[in-house]
Design a protein around this ligand. Structure first.
Ligand SMILES: Cc1cc2nc3c(=O)[nH]c(=O)nc-3n(C[C@H](O)[C@H](O)[C@H](O)COP(=O)(O)OP(=O)(O)OC[C@H]3O[C@@H](n4cnc5c(N)ncnc54)[C@H](O)[C@@H]3O)c2cc1C
Length: 439
């Protein structure tokens, strides 16, 4: 324990809990909710005091939509509102070459777009109604409490104050730059992608519908996502560390570049994109780890494996981690008292399965990224041909199904808990989060 840290008790923070979750993104907030439904004591630590975070992934892929419905969140999602995405079309050098119609994936709902604050608020509001849960807003993870190589909790900090919370497992759900991961000594292989991303919003014309587009012109591309309630989010690739050069060339040149890639979007971009302040930068890298767990510690979501934005899988993968780890943690906790931690061996099967799936997804993303980076005329022609062939083969939906629609189990106990829990409330009102608010 750090010398200046005192044990629990500050602002009603418990000395000890069953599960200490660091990070209240999609992974951490859903995990806290599902554990609390089972009556497992949780502390969720989120360093931000507001959910109004800058843009994050908003697409929830079909299997996660199905899971959220099965877990009882459907009515709250509908009450909040979302946008169903019907298809994605790839347009290469002004010609449509590949179309994936999401309604063709049998037995699955359509993917939806919902801003992360709304989604997380649905989870947090529901969890706040359940006993045994503490939400620490504005508190940050500082360091791990370790005894003889086993993780026994964490030191948390807020404005110079430090507290220690002991737990039977610490979950690092603190995102792509995870501090828990660094503190754990688990090593990430971080691979920068060749390009980064700049994104911006324009109003969505009524005739656009709700189809996404991937628009390619040589080695430049745009990802166009219909966004709730009435926008299009457009992401543009730029060379690694290319932001300085782009800015030096001037905003008008940037705009003209976008308009040249998609004549369809040109009038919207011309009218609605005004300054660099209208754009947001995303550094693209993948992070992969051989090990996600130690005795008393597990990484999930982006902290365990960071994907790229291609095919919008980050949120989906994060929530799948949360849903599938719940029964594993519950089974371990049921075995013994407060001194017994969840062991690395008990987590091994979860890690192996989830890791294999995520490696498959990022492998596909790297292959796509390689295709999108092609700039020579022959390569561009071949790429078009490749997309056209993929578009026409009978196995097209099978290939995409494996990457974007991989199914995951929901434990029957969680399905039953969903039926018995109070209905999750909608998230349209002001945030419920307060500093160190308790159940
Ligand atoms: C700008 C941007 C754009 C993206 N676009 C897409 C997209 O288009 N499609 C897609 O699928 N994915 C996208 N992603 C990725 C997607 O947002 C993530 O995959 C997803 O949010 C991962 O969920 P998570 O819960 O694992 O982590 P996060 O959502 O990153 O949540 C981590 C949480 O931990 C908190 N935290 C961090 N450090 C600490 C600490 N020391 N103590 C306490 N709390 C801490 C953070 O404040 C945050 O709330 C994007 C990400 C970014 C940053």
């Amino acid at each position: 324990m750090t010398e200046s840290a005192h044990q629990g008790s500050s602002a009603g923070i418990p000395d000890e809990t069953d599960v200490l979750i660091v990070g209240g993104g999609p992974a951490g907030s859903l995990l806290a909710c599902l554990l609390a439904r089972r009556g497992i004591r949780t502390v969720l630590v989120e360093k931000q005091t507001s959910l109004e975070r800058s843009f994050r992934g908003e697409t929830i892929a079909a299997p996660s939509v199905a899971s959220l419905n099965q877990l009882g969140f459907g009515p709250a999602l509908r009450e909040h509102g979302f946008l169903e995405t019907t298809a994605v079309t790839t347009i290469a050098e002004q010609r449509p070459v590949l179309r994936v119609d999401y309604s063709k994936f049998a037995g699955l709902p359509l993917p939806i777009d919902i801003p992360q604050p709304g989604l997380i608020r649905i989870f947090n509001r529901h969890t706040a109604e359940l006993p045994g849960h503490t939400y620490l807003s504005g508190w940050s993870f500082a360091s791990l409490v370790e005894e003889g190589g086993t993780v026994r909790g964490a030191v948390l900090t807020r404005r110079g104050e430090k507290v220690t919370v002991r737990s039977r497992i610490v979950i690092g759900a603190d995102g792509r730059f995870s501090k828990v991961r660094k503190a754990s000594g688990l090593v990430a292989d971080v691979q920068p992608m060749a390009r980064d991303f700049l994104s911006f919003l324009v109003p969505r014309p009524p005739e656009w519908g709700s189809e996404a587009q991937l628009v390619i012109e040589g080695d430049r591309h745009l990802v166009v996502l219909p966004t709730f309630p009435d926008s299009l989010r457009i992401g543009h690739n730029l060379p690694k560390r290319g932001l300085g050069d782009l800015r030096a060339a001037g905003f008008d040149a940037f705009k003209r570049g976008i308009m040249a890639i998609s004549p369809q979007l040109a009038p919207l971009v011309d009218e609605h994109l005004h300054t660099w302040d209208d754009t947001g930068f995303l550094e693209i890298f993948t992070a992969e780890l051989e090990e996600w767990a130690r005795d008393g510690l597990l990484l999930i979501g982006d902290a365990s494996h960071t994907a790229t934005p291609i095919l919008g899988q980050g949120v989906n993968l994060a929530m799948q981690d949360a849903i599938t780890i719940v029964p594993v943690i519950a089974a371990s906790l049921a075995k013994g008292g407060q001194d017994r931690v969840v062991t690395k061996a008990e987590l091994a099967d979860f890690v192996a399965k989830r890791r294999a799936h995520k490696i498959h997804v990022t492998g596909f993303q790297r292959m796509q990224e390689g295709l999108l980076a092609i700039g020579d005329p022959r390569g561009i022609k071949l790429r078009r041909l490749r997309f056209r062939v993929l578009n026409s083969i009978p196995g097209k939906y099978r290939i995409f199904n494996k990457v974007i629609n991989a199914r995951h189990e929901i434990d029957p106990v969680d399905l039953a808990a969903a039926r018995n829990a109070p209905a999750p409330t909608p998230a349209t009102a002001s945030p419920v989060l307060q500093e160190a608010s308790r159940d």
